[in-house]
Design a protein around this ligand. Sequence first.
Ligand SMILES: C[S@@+](CC[C@H](N)C(=O)[O-])C[C@H]1O[C@@H](n2cnc3c(N)ncnc32)[C@H](O)[C@@H]1O
Length: 282
Amino acid sequence: MSYQPVSPDEVARATGRTDVDEKASPARVYDYFLGGTNNYAVDRVWAERAEGRYLESGQNIRHMYRSNRGALGRVVEYAIREHGIRQIVDIGSGLPTVGNVHEVADEIAPGQCSVLYVDNETIAHAHSDILLSRTADPDRHRAVFADLLEFDNLWDKIFAEQVLRPGEPILLLVMAVLHFIGDSAGAHAAMAFYRDMLPPGSLLAISHGTFDGATPEFRDLIEQYGQTTTNAFMRTQDEIITFFGDFPLVTPLDYTSHWLNPDPPNVEPWRTHCVVGIGRKP
Ligand SMILES: C[S@@+](CC[C@H](N)C(=O)[O-])C[C@H]1O[C@@H](n2cnc3c(N)ncnc32)[C@H](O)[C@@H]1O
């Protein structure tokens, strides 16, 4: 399928928002680093400054974001091929332009997987909605506006779309999201709810930034997130594992660039500063 990017004009028409002077948003900064076009001047200024500071120390900031995106594609492939998953809920789906979950899933199991994209950022949600109206199957693919922390509401909303079959295993993707939610905001209670609600045989995939072995430049970058709409909260790998609760890990935590990667880049794994793993509900 030839990919047609969703244009900023289309998103502006859908949301009524244009290039305004506000804070940078991590969702749109991520879009910028992946090479997307749905970011505002304020996002690009923040991103270019962060990238410049990183480059001065000989490090490539885009490697971190792209490695997470690469890992997401492999998570979807692994879940479909190795665990027979056919239902996917992607919380904090963002507005990426490459490797969208429903496209990856349809390549591996054509016409078989339901995918629900969930985000609480207006631009990200509008982007998914437009993307789906263009490339997706409305019987299987939907975009839902909801907040991970309002878990009851989120769960009701995704089932109200009537594309998920109750009781059948789900792949729940929570990729590069939890590090935007601090402990005091209720990240753990929310994840406990989702673990409870998932049917047996479901998979929970989490990627998360970590300060384990972090360079001063990475710590500096995370501090700069304080100037965006959302702070970032790194956790240790031991803390990240607690989000899986009593789900045994079917793939141990590993850095995103190397996790299940048959052809890993020639860069030390820790340079992504982000780990990924999958747990399975017994
Ligand atoms: C860095 S992007 C990750 C995109 C995608 N999951 C990936 O890994 O490629 C983080 C996304 O999480 C979303 N997000 C952050 N907090 C959220 C919350 N409380 N509820 C829903 N989405 C959230 C942001 O709006 C953003 O789109």
